[in-house]
Design a protein around this ligand. Structure first.
Ligand SMILES: Cc1ncc(COP(=O)(O)O)c(C=O)c1O
Length: 408
């Protein structure tokens, strides 16, 4: 049986249908499908050795990440490369925070997603994934996300005084065990609905965490590797983390690969604390090396920023004429459109209809937000998208939105 083939932003199905992918696979293809630099690097490596134990790969792992560390936020200078997925990279970060601080709890935001292992479902800010699986000991306090469009405190960003950050102090005092090792945050909440925190939010979070001796883990599994127009998403939103986790985009074109970056003094794990058979696999390292080579080029990032503005501008224009869209938000090449009913309430049914209409009638691949209200249509094309492809995505999405709007 013929398998679907991916090239650039397109997926060709066995029956010849060609789909335009507006969401980079599972948000893990910054370089699109089958990017030649990554394909060649992995093919070459396959002929040398698909597996080598960490004894033979540790130096290469360090070297591969050097150019990435050169672009890392201030103070982040060490790396730990033994992961294949975002979930275990986050577990690694949790272990580092626990071992370094001697504390146990990890606090996180409502609507956040940090992975699918027992520990990371425990720290993710949505309960449905743990319905049948009792929370593990790492599960910690959750606090409201900086979600201005539907503020948990019923405030407006114009005069809220950043209540969502300010109240963290109360949560730490009254809702935690008092033993909080770290707060884990996504620079832009991806699965929660493409939520972009308001200006000043992360700066205040940093101050409060500093007062309590709490480390900050930036989960950059979605925002890392150029997605927000910079190599890392944290500086784009004013976040100064102690630890950064990467996965998804690190493999460039879909090769599993994860990494954890940190301040030097946090490099406290021994190999036996956290490692996997295929961690730092030569194939993953080859893919990461090729990907980092592309993404750290300044011209590449300048182009991403320019295309991000183009995409955001076109989506805003589109939304202005679509009654069912109540908010458009995003940064770089990471955008979301919130779908609401006439009263402004989340309209999950219409959201699903937009996604299925786009797929069935416009040959466009979109994905909805999974957490929270599930009413955000995510638009995150590969960073290599051409201007024409961006225009095509917006046109097809517009057509799907109008059809669903007219049917309502
Ligand atoms: C922000 C974030 N963190 C962690 C993960 C988990 O990554 P993985 O599925 O590679 O384990 C995801 C996956 O969607 C994610 O979006």
């Amino acid at each position: 049986m013929l398998e679907p083939r991916g090239r650039g932003l397109t997926v060709e199905l066995a029956d010849g249908t060609v789909l335009l992918d507006a969401v980079s696979g599972t948000f893990n293809l910054p370089l699109g499908y089958s990017h030649p630099d990554v394909v060649m690097a992995v093919q070459r490596q396959m002929g040398e050795a698909a597996h080598l134990s960490s004894e033979f790969t540790k130096e290469r792992a360090r070297d591969v990440l050097i150019p990435l560390l050169e672009h890392a936020p201030e103070g982040i200078s060490s790396a730990w490369v033994r992961d294949l997925t975002g979930s275990t990279a986050n577990e690694c970060a949790i272990r580092i925070a626990q071992k370094f601080t001697g504390k146990s709890e990890v606090a996180s935001l409502f609507l956040s997603h940090h992975g699918q292992t027992l520990a990371t479902t425990g720290v993710s800010g949505n309960a449905f994934r743990r319905s049948f699986f009792p929370a593990s000991h790492t599960a910690g306090m959750k606090f409201p996300a900086p979600y201005c469009h539907r503020c948990f405190y019923g405030q407006s960003p114009k005069n809220c005084g950043l209540l969502c950050a300010e109240r963290l102090d109360d949560f730490i005092t009254f809702a935690s065990t008092g033993s909080v090792a770290a707060v884990i945050v996504e620079p832009v909440l991806g699965n929660g609905g493409n939520i972009v925190p308001p200006p000043g939010y992360f700066e205040r979070l940093r101050e409060i965490c500093g007062d309590h001796g709490i480390l900050i883990i930036a989960d950059e599994v979605q925002t890392g590797l150029g997605r927000l127009g910079d190599v890392f998403g944290s500086p784009v939103v004013g976040l100064r983390p102690d630890i950064i986790t990467l996965a998804k985009g690190l493999g460039g074109t879909g090769v599993p690969m994860g990494a954890v970056l940190m301040r030097e003094e946090l490099d406290v794990l021994e190999p036996y604390d956290h490692s996997f058979t295929s961690g730092a696999s030569p194939l993953g390292l080859a893919a990461a090396e090729a990907t980092i080579g592309v993404v750290t080029e300044e011209e590449f990032l300048v182009d991403v920023r320019r295309k991000g503005e183009l995409l955001g501008g076109q989506l805003r224009e589109l939304a202005a004429g679509c009654e069912i869209v109540s908010d458009v938000r995003g940064l770089g090449m990471m955008w979301g459109l919130e779908i609401s009913d006439r009263q402004g309430n989340p309209d999950v049914e219409a959201t699903r209809a937009v996604i299925s209409t786009a797929r069935e009638e416009e040959s466009l691949i979109l994905r909805p937000s999974r957490y929270g209200f599930g009413n955000t249509v995510k638009v995150r094309p590969a960073l290599i998208a051409s201007e024409n492809e961006i225009g095509e995505i917006v046109d097809r999405l517009g057509s799907a939105l109008r059809k669903v709007g007219a049917a309502r």
